[in-house]
Design a protein around this ligand. Structure first.
Ligand SMILES: Cc1cc2nc3c(=O)[nH]c(=O)nc-3n(C[C@H](O)[C@H](O)[C@H](O)COP(=O)(O)O)c2cc1C
Ligand SMILES: [Mn+2]
Length: 468
């Protein structure tokens, strides 16, 4: 993390703020504004009421996700699944672990010694938003790594917003079934590649630290926590160790969430903190979420897209390209471009995606000549290649992991598929854009050059926008 911060600083992609910043709204207000212009990451060196600096908006521009993984962002959208599949198991760290340079235990523990930020107007409180939660299956001992927001209840308790279906929740329930408390570690300021790897939609039983190892090309180096049997990345900035109190659920929320809406207050498991360990000068980290795009979305989009490819490719190998769109908050709308070989195939692709765990509510399937990343092309395909009474499938009442406020019941949604592909065969000609012949033979530029034409200055005209 420290190397990454230094590299960003060298590139002018991180700005240090030395003035004291308030954890109540101010830090988030600045992060939101930087996010909206795809500006720099912000390192708040002095936070009100805390000794810890706060790094915010680390992934607030897609270029920084790309830099963390050493690949162009569009390459990541296309190939994240392939990167996820090359795992390298974690290994023990040699020597004393930096993340345990300082150990805080007993009465000294206070989660609000960390600068947890207050994000949005109607939020239920300050939130910890950049913690990687690590817990182990009670039978296999295999770790799971994922990110869940946490609301502090008092000095030593935090909720863990891991809804049913999340791997962490399954682990908690399995420990609960035995009447035992699951050990849980919250890793703050892990190596950037590990943070992105935590978003892999790998099956239950796959250790996301091994995925991180594959992505960084070397094992993630781990140390055993001081008070629980859980291993954490030794070079992380801050670790919160604790146990899940069996059977206890407390109200968590509301919180301004990734669908760009609030998620209502819901019961969530509770963690009792048993220790906080950190590096000297440990950096706290905050991630922004809310209306797309934010770092929450940039972090999720590659893995959500990888999941969409996996599901679509089960139907046909002729998938050209997939966009899990920003307007669909990188979860709920999927546009798939495919080469159709059977008249009904697009509908199977649609159903596979609507049924998947990505949480898609709308799937639009277009032909291979349409770029799913160009909204105008997609709309044109919907305009000219589909009839609502024949090409729209609406399915009521499906299971769906979603925070959509319009959902009819918890984790339930109606779903819609639009087949905007043209018919196969002879008929297809009528669905293709009219071609102008001779474009190559009569290049306009030569004509314009001869006429001495240059682009007119727009200043003299009333611009279209002003006219509206
Ligand atoms: C910044 C950020 C915050 C997130 N917050 C939550 C959250 O509060 N609850 C949740 O269930 N998922 C949250 N997620 C998504 C999960 O971390 C992600 O889907 C993860 O892959 C789930 O892991 P699993 O497949 O091991 O269950 C968040 C993701 C990011 C990038
Ligand atoms: Mn998992």
């Amino acid at each position: 993390m420290r190397e990454f911060v230094a590299a960003l600083e060298d590139r002018g992609d991180l700005v240090r703020i030395q003035d004291e910043v308030d954890w109540e709204y101010q830090a988030v207000a600045l992060t939101r504004q930087s996010s909206d212009i795809e500006g720099p990451a912000l390192l708040f060196e002095r936070m009100r009421d805390s000794e810890f600096p706060c790094l915010s908006g680390l992934f607030g521009a897609s270029r920084r996700v790309a830099l963390a993984l050493g690949h162009d962002y569009h390459y990541l959208l296309r190939n994240f699944g392939e990167l996820e599949s090359r795992t390298i198991a974690p290994e023990p760290y040699a020597g004393p672990a930096p993340c345990q340079e300082v150990v805080v235990q007993g009465d000294d523990i206070d989660v609000l010694s960390l600068p947890l930020l207050r994000h949005f107007e109607l939020d239920g409180g300050r939130y910890l938003t950049a913690g990687l939660q690590v817990a182990r299956d009670p039978d296999t001992g295999v770790a799971n790594v994922s990110i869940h927001r946490q609301l502090p209840l008092d000095r030593t308790h935090l909720t863990v917003f891991a809804p049913p279906g999340r791997h962490l929740r399954t682990i908690i329930e399995r420990w609960n079934d035995r009447g035992q408390a699951a050990g849980i570690a919250v890793v703050i300021g892990a190596e950037p590649v590990t943070q992105i790897a935590s978003q892999a939609r790998a099956p239950y039983g796959v250790d996301e630290f091994a995925i991180a190892g594959g992505m960084r090309g070397a094992p993630v180096e781990m140390v055993r926590c001081k008070t629980i049997d859980v291993d954490v990345p030794a070079t992380a900035e801050i670790i919160i160790e604790g146990v899940i109190e069996p059977g206890r659920l407390e109200s968590d929320g509301p919180f301004g969430e990734y669908p760009g809406t609030y998620s209502a207050a819901k019961p969530a498991p509770v963690m009792r903190v048993t220790a906080i360990t950190h590096r000297r000068g440990g950096m706290y980290q905050n991630t922004l979420t809310g209306s797309p795009m934010t770092e929450n979305h940039w972090m999720m989009q590659p893995s959500a897209t990888a999941l969409a490819y996996r599901e679509a490719l089960k139907i046909t190998p002729e998938i050209r390209s997939i966009n899990v769109t920003p307007g669909g908050t990188t979860r709920h709308h999927v546009v798939v471009s495919m080469l159709k070989r059977h008249p009904a195939e697009a509908r199977n692709v649609m159903l596979a995606l609507l049924a998947s765990t990505i949480g898609a509510k709308l799937v639009v399937v277009v032909d291979e000549d349409i770029d799913p990343f160009d909204p105008q092309q997609v709309e044109w395909a919907v305009n000219t290649r589909m009839q609502p009474d024949q090409d729209v499938v609406i399915l009521p009442n499906l299971y769906s992991p979603t925070l959509d406020p319009s959902a009819p019941a918890a984790r339930t949604s109606a779903k819609m598929g639009i087949d905007a592909t043209a018919p196969l065969g002879e008929e297809r000609r009528m669905y293709e854009p009219p071609m102008v012949l001779g474009l190559g033979g009569w290049p306009l530029q030569a004509v314009l050059d001869r006429a001495g034409w240059t682009m007119p200055d727009a200043g003299g005209y009333l611009s279209a926008r002003a006219a509206r």
